[in-house]
Design a protein around this ligand. Structure first.
Ligand code: NAP
Length: 390
């Protein structure tokens, strides 16, 4: 009997509706080609973002929250987050709702992109960013709030620590259990995907009991639960890594930024707390020349939200020129997560072929010197390739 699976989709703000529509067509076509009538995706569109605010008076309506709790799988267009005021990030709300603690962002060079570095073909990293701890928990107060004043007094009285009266206050919680579960996800992935190394990125020299603890807890998981597979860099003492083993090491966050630029080939799986992970994934994305082509997944023990790394690119909204590759890549991660790798593989081949032929959207065509395709022309071209088996 034919199998079907229900997946939610949120069109999103800005260029969201155009790129989501492209991704859904490409995914459906690849699933159809790879699994014939044995598998079908039922897409269920749920409202969120600016359009939902207008129509339902809420940017994350109750019906969307209920659907998320029920179906737990979502392909999501980008959603706008105002800076310094207004609603809390909808993306963060959804991650917390479904406890999607692992933000996974693969960054691999694609032939044809104009990278700012000399040997971009050496870039093949997968970033595991912790999603539910750290500064993104959003525990912060304006400098002149009752809470900030009260905390200032408390800290001063109890710990004799002075905080400036005009300082806003944020709290940075980092817990052992949350560090351990993201570490397990990263290590399991490294084993399953036969990666060479896992690097823990932290600022533990300065923030010893949060970032420093992240490093210690991550190493402990590797030692206590995966010792048969992982070898610490400092235990090697310059010897070569034994065959079949995976290296685990750590780097201080600022060093990590220069390392991925000067020696990208030395970095493979990167395990980072929330804020470091956010920064490093955009920086790594820039190395391949275009963050518009990167997809990401937010995964928990039960469910996942799949989305492009880029945002709403408002200035291109409604113009049919945005690049849908980021959300298509996210869709591929969703297919892999669901065990539909054959469909994902077909999409990869179609995308690689399109880039090789320089049949791409404006953001890439400007570097390749080719005539840019619109979003819909680019999508049609991918569909044609998929339908012909590439
Ligand atoms: P952005 O929307 O990613 O856009 C920055 C620039 O990147 C664009 O001006 C454009 O560059 C290029 N770009 C991004 N995606 C593209 C695509 N698909 N096709 C072609 N070009 C693309 O970043 P932002 O301006 O910082 O953020 C705007 C809003 O998006 C903010 O409200 C932010 O909070 C939100 N956001 C949401 C998510 C999410 O929902 N997961 C993620 C990130 C940001 P050029 O000008 O060089 O052409």
């Amino acid at each position: 009997m034919a199998k079907s699976i229900t997946i939610l989709k949120i069109d999103g703000d800005g260029i969201g509706p155009e790129i989501i529509s492209a991704a859904v067509k490409v995914i459906d076509s690849a699933v159809g080609r790879a699994y014939k009538s044995n598998m079908k995706i039922n897409w269920l569109t749920v409202p969120a973002g600016k359009a939902a605010q207008k129509q339902f008076g809420s940017s994350l309506p109750k019906k969307t929250v209920n659907a998320l709790k029920k179906y737990r799988l979502l392909l999501k267009g980008p959603l706008e987050t105002p800076v310094g005021k207004g609603i809390r990030s909808l993306n963060v709300q959804m991650r917390i709702l479904l406890d999607l603690y692992a933000n996974i962002r693969p960054v691999k060079y694609m032939n044809g992109l104009e990278s700012p570095i000399k040997n971009p073909e050496r870039i093949d990293m997968v970033i595991f960013r912790e999603n539910t701890d750290d500064l993104y928990t959003g525990i912060e107060w304006p400098y002149n709030s009752r809470e900030a004043n009260s905390l200032r007094r408390f800290i001063n009285k109890e710990f004799k620590v002075h905080l400036d009266s005009d300082a806003g206050i944020g709290i940075k919680p980092m817990s052992k259990s949350k560090t351990e579960r993201i570490t397990r996800k990263a290590l399991e992935y490294a084993i399953k995907s036969q990666r060479r190394s896992v690097t823990i990125m932290h600022k533990g020299n300065i923030m010893k009991y949060t970032e420093g603890a992240f490093r210690e807890w991550a190493y402990s998981v590797a030692a206590n639960e995966y010792a048969r597979k992982f070898v610490r860099e400092d235990a090697l003492n310059g010897r070569t890594l034994p065959k079949g083993k995976i290296l685990i090491n750590d780097r201080i966050a600022d060093n990590m930024f220069q390392q991925i630029i000067t020696r990208p080939e030395s970095y493979d799986v990167i395990l980072a707390p929330n804020l470091n992970g956010d920064y490093i994934s955009d920086a790594a994305g820039a190395l391949i020349g275009d963050i518009g082509v990167l997809g990401g997944a937010n995964i928990g023990d039960n469910g996942g939200v799949f989305e492009a790394v880029h945002g709403t690119a408002e200035k291109y909204a409604g113009m049919n020129i945005a690049n849908p590759l980021g959300i298509i890549k996210a869709g591929q991660m969703m297919l892999d997560h669901l065990g539909l790798g054959a469909a994902s593989e077909l999409i990869s081949k179609a995308v690689d072929r399109s880039i090789k032929e320089k049949r791409v959207t404006k953001d890439i065509a400007r570097y390749l010197g080719s005539k840019p395709l619109s979003t819909s022309e680019f999508t049609e071209n991918l569909l044609k390739k998929i339908n012909q088996g590439v």
